[in-house]
Ligand binder design. Structure first.
Ligand SMILES: [Zn+2]
Length: 220
């Protein structure tokens, strides 16, 4: 499923815990191969809120007690969702009357951000360094989702990019369009302006090479 990354920066950072199986494998790796304790993890970062990247958050938090950090944009998205929610029940009620009986209780607009906001302890702003790990910078990268972010280390030329960039089985980098083409094009422009030699995608294999985003495809 989704890739989970572990950054060894004296203390450990986990990026995208993924599934509970990922969390189990990660904790085994930390203890058996690194001979460290899960409590050496001092930060959990979510690149975005898709469930294949976040399902194991509570399982990981219960073993390491580390705070969970994600994009500040989620606060605005949750607020927007709540404002839409005040209008939508009336539409849902009307739709409910028009739809056949079994669909009356179908949730047409599940409040994804409003629920998931409770997972998050720390809010990450564009360009800011990660708490206690200032070499790792947050790069807001809306496109795949509005709250997507990448993490960039300008000293090691590494970019962790969540689902903003994935790699296909042949190893080619691909940006998958979300709902906002302009945002994704702007994100690609920003990411291409960074010096990157190590690109770690949310799905697929890492790409090691000179400027791996120069030949990235965009799929709409
Ligand atoms: Zn995703």
């Amino acid at each position: 499923m989704a890739n989970t990354f572990l950054i060894d920066d004296e203390r450990l950072i986990v990026v995208d815990p993924g599934s509970e199986l990922n969390v189990h494998l990660l904790c085994n790796y930390v203890q058996r191969f690194l001979h460290r304790l899960p409590t050496d993890i001092d930060l959990i970062v979510l690149t975005h809120l898709h469930p294949d990247h976040t399902a194991g958050v509570e399982a990981l938090r219960s073993v390491c007690q580390a705070p969970v950090a994600a994009s500040l944009a989620i606060q605005h998205l949750a607020l927007e969702e709540q404002q839409i929610g005040k209008v939508v029940p009336r539409i849902s009620h009307l739709a409910g009357q028009l739809l056949p009986g079994p669909l009356h209780h179908f949730d047409l607009f599940p409040p994804a951000y409003t629920q998931q906001i409770q997972l998050i302890d720390l809010w990450l702003e564009d360009i800011a360094g990660l708490p206690s790990h200032p070499d790792w910078r947050v790069i807001a990268s809306p496109g795949h989702t509005p709250e997507s972010l990448c993490l960039y280390n300008a000293f090691t030329y590494e970019l962790l990019c969540g689902d903003t960039v994935i790699t296909l089985s042949g190893g080619a980098p691909l940006l998958r369009g979300g709902s906002n083409r302009h945002e994704l094009e702007e994100t690609l422009r920003v990411l291409r302006s960074l010096r990157v030699y190590y690109l770690y995608p949310g799905h697929g294999r890492p790409i090691l090479g000179w400027h791996p985003l120069s030949n990235a495809d965009v799929e709409w």
